[in-house]
Design a protein around this ligand. Structure first.
Ligand code: HEM
Length: 202
């Protein structure tokens, strides 16, 4: 039997649970706000605004907690960006996802206590958590406190400009979530990664 490794400490699991639930609430209310009109609303407009704002503020606080956790616990080491042979490693993992996995090959970067994420997964998590999430949260805060935004940026109002970034980043992260959940089913069994996120053990 293969040895089990404890990879998801309780704080990561709690953060992740809140993050996922808040994200679902934000996507649902965000879509409702985006596509509401006088004839059709998915969720009543005022409710959508309140739920979206409150969830966004809690998500921002949870994100600070995550940053703090990664800075001051050993979980942060799994996010260290390594440039050495990056493209070769990415290509190996990509080949595995698109070909090797269907031929029953073993994964080129098996999970261990030293390596929680494969190179593609690590790059995605770094971009999502350290580039896209800050953009989403900063633009969301800008829209929550519109007085801090400049009146005009590049010919459109500051609110429109920031909203454009907020919506595109939100859309990209929603796509990430779909692909993320799909890739999480590619474990030892389709549910094993989800179980790891519940009990901490891989
Ligand atoms: C219902 C929605 C979601 C489900 C079911 C889900 C599922 C999972 C599972 C099973 C894992 C463990 C496997 C792995 O490490 O890849 C994981 C890890 C992770 N997920 Fe999600 N996820 C969801 C939403 C999200 C969202 C919205 C984000 C970010 C915006 C996110 C970011 C992450 C990160 C950064 C990790 C690695 C955490 C760490 O160990 O340091 N997830 N997710």
């Amino acid at each position: 039997m293969k040895e089990q490794v404890y990879l998801y400490p309780i704080w990561v699991r709690l953060w992740h649970l809140f993050n996922a639930l808040l994200f679902l609430a934000l996507i649902l209310t965000g879509l409702s706000l985006q596509y509401s009109n006088k004839i059709f609303t998915l969720i009543p407009f005022n409710y959508s605004v309140s739920i979206h704002n409150i969830s966004g503020l809690i998500l921002a606080a949870a994100y600070l907690f995550y940053l703090f956790g990664n800075r001051f616990t050993s979980n942060g080491r799994y996010y260290r960006f390594e440039t050495n042979k990056l493209f070769v490693r990415l290509a190996k993992q990509f080949r595995y996802y698109s070909y090797g996995i269907f031929k029953n090959e073993s994964p080129p970067f098996p999970v261990s206590a030293e390596r929680k994420f494969n190179p593609l997964q690590k790059l995605c998590y770094i971009i999502v958590m350290y580039v896209l999430m800050p953009i989403l949260i900063a633009t969301g805060l800008g829209l929550f406190f519109p007085d801090i935004l400049p009146n005009k940026i590049m010919g459109i109002t500051g609110i429109q400009f920031v909203d454009l970034f907020h919506i595109s980043t939100g859309f990209t992260l929603s796509l990430f979530m779909v692909v993320h959940i799909y890739l999480c089913t590619i474990g030892k069994t389709p549910l094993s990664n989800f179980k790891s996120m519940i009990n901490g053990w891989h």
